[in-house]
Ligand binder design. Structure first.
Ligand code: PLP
Length: 395
């Protein structure tokens, strides 16, 4: 006997991964430079030189026992202290090292956050459009995922719909800002109102509702803006972060959960995450990467290319008549498709070697996502292909 649940999941693979595999295969036929692959959110800029230099130095001069040895089960103190100090300075928080739990990327952070503050069978609420992996992430923790319909005007929160989704079984709310796929940056007003609703519902239901805030794109914000820090508005918040995007390190699998010191049971949530790791077989991320990131904590990759690409695409899409909200951050844009069936739209685009992701798996029909973490030169060459596609198919 093999596990039926995981076997069934083989039939429902990630649409994004499948499109990315198609793009790679097509690239072998016609040259990858000729495939306008907007499928995958894999950073296109290198990690900063300071990170490489730090790792070289660690490997050349560090103590091999410390670099390659087991991390303490709750993380390396130097890493935890660096994260706490960084968040306190930037967002006026008062974390100590004890509030920080290192994880394998944001995915690992979310896995620990869900399990720490919910029980299997609870409901967790998120907002469309949302990262499709939230399906398996929450199912794996035994949670029922309830999706609040999108605010398609600005990709903020439809608060009437949100309040309707809340009931006593809801023990956690999952947000992602800056948002994949919409590129929206939740405003201070949105975060304040979210906190007010959650405070009121906690009182009404007589139990905690934790806010789990997924923030891998925290530093990718355009027009010189910054992302207001969700945890600063609501005490019961677990912030889930990763350096997959800001330092271009997705393959290194490094991130953390930061437990708001004002959260209920804040003092034991990180130790509990250590216990969760024992059951899931997850251990802390590699010691070398914890040490490396701790030493470049104030750096990012050169993220400016994403803003350049966004402006090129946004202007072209508007010129071509697409309905599209200008992204405030990330490296995604989420226009409305030119026909109701977004999958049909994206299939037609494939004929022009434009690899676009239809929106159904993000919980909103009729849109498509473009991941523009690609070279600017390729974005520029994609625009005539987009023009031809629109003119020939929808002109
Ligand atoms: N959450 C969101 C919204 C993402 O877009 C991603 C990755 O693309 C993740 C979580 C997973 O991040 P990581 O690769 O750091 O685990």
């Amino acid at each position: 006997m093999i596990n039926e649940e995981y076997k069934a999941m083989l039939g429902g693979k990630s649409v994004i991964r499948e499109l990315s595999e198609y793009a790679t295969a097509r690239g072998k036929q016609i040259g990858y430079e000729n495939v306008f692959d907007f499928s995958l959110g894999n950073p296109s800029v290198p990690a900063p030189q300071a990170f490489t230099a730090t790792m070289e130095d660690l490997y050349a001069h560090g103590d091999p026992i410390a670099i390659h040895g087991y991390s303490p089960s709750l993380g390396i103190p130097e890493f935890k202290e660096a994260v706490a100090a960084n968040l306190n300075r930037r967002f006026g928080m008062d974390y100590t090292a004890d509030h920080i739990f290192p994880t394998t990327g944001a995915a690992g952070a979310l896995a620990h956050a869900f399990r720490a503050v919910t029980e299997p069978g609870d409901e967790i609420v998120t907002f469309a459009p949302y990262f499709p992996e939230y399906g398996p992430y929450t199912a794996g923790a035994g949670l029922k995922l309830t999706v609040v319909p999108a605010d398609t005007t600005a990709w903020q929160i439809d608060f009437d719909a949100f309040e309707r989704a809340l009931n006593p079984k809801v023990t956690a709310v999952l947000i992602n800002t800056p948002n994949n796929p919409s590129g929206a940056v939740y405003s201070e007003a949105t975060l304040r109102r979210l906190a007010e609703v959650l405070e009121a519902k906690q009182r009404e239901f007589g139990h905690d509702i934790f806010l789990i805030s997924d923030e891998p794109y925290r530093e990718i914000v355009f027009d010189g803006g910054t992302q207001p820090y969700p945890s600063a508005y609501y005490g019961n918040t677990l912030s889930c972060y990763s350096w997959s995007k800001s330092l271009s390190l997705p393959g290194e699998r490094i991130g953390y959960v930061a437990v708001n010191p004002r959260a209920h049971d804040a003092g034991i949530l990180v130790p509990m995450m250590g216990q969760i790791s024992r059951g899931t077989g997850h251990n802390c991320p590699p010691s070398s990467i914890q040490l490396g990131v701790a030493r470049v904590i104030d750096q990012t990759s050169d993220l400016s290319v994403y803003e350049t690409n966004m402006n090129l695409l946004y202007d072209a899409l508007v010129r071509l008549g697409f309905e599209v909200v200008r992204p405030g951050g990330t490296f995604y844009i989420f226009p409305k498709a030119l026909e109701a069936d977004a999958t049909a739209f994206c299939l037609k685009a494939k004929e022009y070697d434009l690899i676009l992701v239809p929106s159904e798996s993000f919980g909103v029909p009729g849109y498509f996502r473009m991941a523009y973490c690609i070279d600017t030169e390729k974005v520029e060459r994609a625009i005539p292909a987009l023009e031809r596609f629109v003119a020939e198919e929808y002109g």
